[in-house]
Write a protein that binds this ligand. Structure first.
Ligand SMILES: Cc1ncc(COP(=O)(O)O)c(C=O)c1O
Length: 573
């Protein structure tokens, strides 16, 4: 990569002599591209290298003032200046998922081969809608889909045929049998498309206009399924109320007996089960619903069986824990988020169908793009996608697999499960911390419950949010918070507290997706949680839940900030 300062076209002719077209990437401008893309990489690398915490804990008003002050009608005249401004407005206070103190949401550090591949993706800018805009990119995506279908264990997973070669592909009749899939922007879109196909499959052949055919359809999903399922129901004209919430067991897995009861009630009421949605790795507890039993219920009631493995998909390549996904091969559709547990940059997700012919339910042939006459002769991915123009996100995963291999990804996910298990043990051993449930994947849900203070549930709830806000404002660590409803596996559940009674109790959550995070890092965060909790108790716990906007940073009295969970080697910023 040429160092910053390599002569560019602008240097040669002067920035003001550049025509607008000289700003575009072309054969004549590659020298400038190399210099500026290299410069951007250096700026990003510097930000990553010097991040001394996962965040500086910025406040919205402060950042908004600086962003709003930029006059977008007065360009700075050079990419170097624009990057320097972006570094100040964005990178300085960005949230860094690679930092070991980041333990908040389902975000992972990204594999270097994948980041490097982004340069190819955005530079060439292929669009995956049609073969004539993508060529080999389409074939690479299709190989990855086929590979993922094989990992899932779908019967007949093998080299993808051109769509129309598959019986039933055009008509969406379901007569085709080989699996297929499509890359999407994320789990939300994958779940939406799964529900769309399940809906159209359920009403195919029914008489009458579409809205009249939807009224009796129901989707069965656990109370802990991702909200994108309910949103999908709303977008698909079913309404959120069409999702029947099914209770979970003490491990936060969908309770198959409760589902059987809800399905029987639905049948008695004359409703029709459109889909049963299992989650393989719930957002909070990483719980994996009992997949084989749910398939049997889906068969008994003639329902589509979707598995949302957005989070748990890393298990597909896990050497130690693949068995947790047993039964996924019987799904009708599966959501996988490579940008959660395959260490891929956002976005990288896919929807896989056991019977690829059913993608015909979303196929639209446009004369200008993918004319029907081409079907079966040209691999146009738009035939299976909700998007038209679409990024070549598959290349990141391809380059990752070709560079480091799937086993390395699976091994990292296994390490995270071990780390989370050990972190759960640390929580359990601490007299002032309470574990909400056994650790299942790589999240740890717990709360600070001081032994020596008697707090009512509202103040305990407020305390958790206040601790989280203080940690954020400190810039040293980031954890998430959530509300735990229903039974918990803790002593407080046994004692019949509100959480157990179903009112919900605020908890803190560590989401561990960084294999560089050590148990010592986690224990420092736990110590900081307790320290902030003690300080808040001493100075006054808020009576109301604190708003999500963090409070200003307040160092713990008597404790130097450096004792908080920042790594010495984290950098100097
Ligand atoms: C279980 C589950 N499904 C779906 C999603 C949505 O995925 P995305 O954020 O990629 O749209 C999430 C996000 O956290 C999730 O946890």
């Amino acid at each position: 990569m040429p160092p910053l300062g390599t002569p560019t076209l602008a240097d040669a002719v002067g920035p003001h002599s550049l025509t607008a077209a000289d700003q575009l990437l072309a054969g004549e401008t590659v020298q400038r591209f190399v210099a500026e893309a290299g410069a951007a990489t250096l700026v990003a690398a510097n930000a990553v290298a010097t991040a001394s915490g996962p965040s500086t804990g910025p406040r919205v008003a402060e950042l908004a003032g600086r962003v709003d002050a930029v006059d977008l009608s007065s360009p700075l005249g050079s990419t170097e200046a624009a990057l320097a401004e972006a570094a100040d407005l964005y990178l300085r206070d960005a949230v860094y998922f690679h930092h070991p103190g980041y333990m908040a949401h389902l975000n992972c550090p990204v594999a270097i081969p994948a980041v490097a591949a982004e340069a190819l993706v955005t530079s060439v800018n292929s669009s995956l809608d049609t073969w004539d805009q993508s060529a080999g990119a389409t074939l690479i995506e299709r190989r990855l889909v086929e590979w993922t279908a094989g990992l899932i264990g779908f019967p007949g997973a093998g080299p993808a045929a051109v769509d129309g070669d598959r019986p039933g592909a055009r008509a969406g009749t379901g007569a085709g049998t080989s699996p297929d899939g499509i890359f999407t922007s994320g789990g939300t879109q994958s779940n939406l498309q799964a529900m769309l196909i399940a809906r159209n499959h359920a009403v195919a052949g029914r008489p009458g206009p579409l809205p009249s055919r939807l009224a009796d359809l129901r989707i069965y999903a656990s109370t802990e399924s991702h909200f994108s399922i309910a949103n999908a129901a709303a977008m698909l004209g079913l309404g959120k109320d069409a999702v029947v919430p099914v209770a979970t067991d003490a491990a936060h897995r969908l309770d198959a007996d409760a589902l059987a009861a809800r399905l029987a009630e639905g049948a008695a009421a004359g409703t029709r089960p459109m889909a049963i949605v299992a989650t393989a790795g719930t957002t909070d507890f990483g719980a994996i619903d009992p997949l084989p039993g749910l398939r049997r219920l889906a068969d008994r009631y003639g329902a589509w069986f979707h598995v949302d493995a957005a989070y748990g998909c890393g298990l597909l390549v896990s050497p130690g824990h693949r068995g947790l996904l047993d039964g996924i091969e019987h799904a009708d559709s599966v959501t996988v988020d490579f940008h959660k547990s395959f260490f891929q940059p956002i976005g990288s997700s896919a929807l896989l169908l056991r019977d690829g012919g059913l993608f015909g339910h979303v196929t639209h042939y446009a004369d200008y793009l993918n004319p029907a006459a081409q079907a079966g002769t040209v691999p146009n991915q738009v035939d299976k996608s909700l998007q038209t123009t679409r990024r070549f996100d598959a290349l990141k995963l391809w380059v990752t697999l070709r560079s480091m291999g799937a086993d390395a990804i699976g091994a990292m996910f296994d390490e995270l499960i071990d780390l989370a298990t050990a972190a759960g043990d640390s929580v359990r051993r601490h007299p002032d911390l309470e574990l909400a449930a056994e650790v299942q994947l790589s999240t740890v849900v717990f709360r600070y419950v001081p032994r020596h203070a008697k707090l009512d549930s509202a103040r305990l709830d407020a305390l958790q949010d206040a601790i989280r806000a203080e940690l954020y404002a400190s810039g040293r660590a980031m954890v998430a918070a959530t509300t735990v409803r229903g039974a918990t596996a803790t002593a407080s559940a046994a004692a019949g507290t509100e959480a157990a009674a179903g009112h919900g109790a605020r908890h803190l959550k560590l989401t561990l997706l960084n294999p560089r995070t050590t148990l010592a890092d986690v224990e420092q965060v736990l110590a900081a949680v307790v320290r902030h909790g003690e300080r808040l108790l001493a100075t006054g716990v808020p009576h109301q839940p604190v708003p999500s906007q963090p409070v200003p940073s307040q160092p713990t009295p008597g404790e130097p900030a450096a004792s908080e969970p920042a790594r010495a080697e984290g950098g100097a910023r």
